[in-house]
Write a protein that binds this ligand. Structure first.
Ligand code: CP
Ligand code: NVA
Length: 327
């Protein structure tokens, strides 16, 4: 498999074999790191990380992955791009300095323009529409827990029309998994994408199901997955989302309703499961709730593998960079 020169803008652009390759390559790089071997696959490469939105995992994953394999990085948050300078011109400049570009921000169009005009591989570190590097880490985590991916049932509960809902639906459809979105109808993913994925499933053996019924939706899940109810950039919708999604909170009753004692809980993080943060404190004062998309009990339970999942961000992002820069 040779992915040299490839962008990662959405997993839609990748074949099932290519996605499996990236997940397996990440597992290999994870073992390499754990063995203490010092890497040099990216020696001499320069990488720029553009962040319009906040990040802990994605930024650190790109940086540590790059350092582990000998690359240099620039973290760019206050550039001229989109303000005094067009994305096209910025892409032209950055492509002359750097071997690869990561972008996290609002519009999918921005990451597409960077890819079009930079002449170097571009990686989507999250846009309003997609979060493909997260899904690679999720797939690695599921594979580590169950030994395989095909035929597994991933139930995504909550805001099913956000970047995670979209990207998980794509990832599952590609890999012949069963994707179930459990959400109020108003938060179902966009119809065009759902139809596209259902058609894809005819060839991969996967399936896509949308339901607002929690009990039937979570039954037989291998994975219960949730994400924040309000994504970055949608903060003004907090009150409405809490009203819509409170019944869909992942709690122990929901975990039990899967009927699967071995079910795992995943969350891309950050998660609102307690009151340690300033934003959570604000929510408590305004709306009188202390837990949102997942209860503390589930978050800290034996089902929860969210920190393995977070660690896997680094190994999978390393695989993506090495595959597209070295081949
Ligand atoms: N999951 C994820 O993308 O985390 P960050 O927002 O911290 O990068
Ligand atoms: N849906 C979330 C994901 C964060 C990693 C957001 O876009 O804010």
């Amino acid at each position: 498999m040779n992915l040299k020169g490839r962008h990662l803008l959405t997993l839609k652009d990748f074949t099932p074999a290519e996605i499996h390759y990236l997940v397996d390559y990440a597992a290999e790089l994870k073992l390499k790191k754990k063995s203490g071997e010092v890497g040099a696959l990216l020696k001499g490469k320069n990488i720029v990380l553009i962040f319009e939105k906040a990040s802990t995992r994605t930024r650190c994953a790109f940086e540590v992955a790059a350092f582990d394999e000998g690359a240099n990085v620039t973290f760019l948050t206050n550039s001229q791009m989109g303000k005094k300078e067009s994305i096209e011109d910025t892409a032209n400049v950055l492509g002359r300095f750097y071997d690869g570009i990561e972008f996290r921000g609002f519009k999918q169009e921005t990451v597409q323009l960077l890819a079009k005009y930079s002449g170097v591989p571009v990686w989507n570190g999250l846009t309003d529409l997609y979060h493909p590097t997260q899904v690679l880490a999720d797939m690695l985590t599921i594979q580590e827990n169950f030994g395989n991916l095909k035929g597994r049932r991933l139930v995504y509960v909550g805001d099913a029309r956000n970047n995670m809902g979209n990207s998980l639906m794509i990832g599952c459809s590609k890999l012949g998994m069963h994707f179930v979105a459990v959400a109020p109808k108003i938060l179902f993913p966009e119809e065009g994408l759902v139809e596209e994925m259902k058609t894809l499933c005819e060839t991969t053996g996967g399936s896509v199901t949308l339901t607002d019924d929690i009990k039937t939706g979570v039954k037989d899940a291998d994975v219960i997955y949730t994400d924040v109810w309000v994504s970055m950039g949608e903060e003004d919708q907090m009150a409405e989302r809490i009203k819509l999604l409170l019944p869909y909170q992942v709690n122990m009753d929901m975990i039990k309703a899967t009927g699967n004692d071995q079910v795992i809980f995943l969350h891309c993080l950050p998660a609102f499961h307690d009151l340690e943060t300033s934003v959570a404190q604000e929510v408590k004062e305004k709306f009188g709730i202390s837990e949102m998309e997942v209860t503390n009990e589930v978050f800290r339970s034996r089902h929860s593998v969210v920190f393995d999942e977070a660690e896997n961000r680094m190994h999978t992002i390393k695989a993506v960079m090495c595959a597209s820069l070295v081949g």
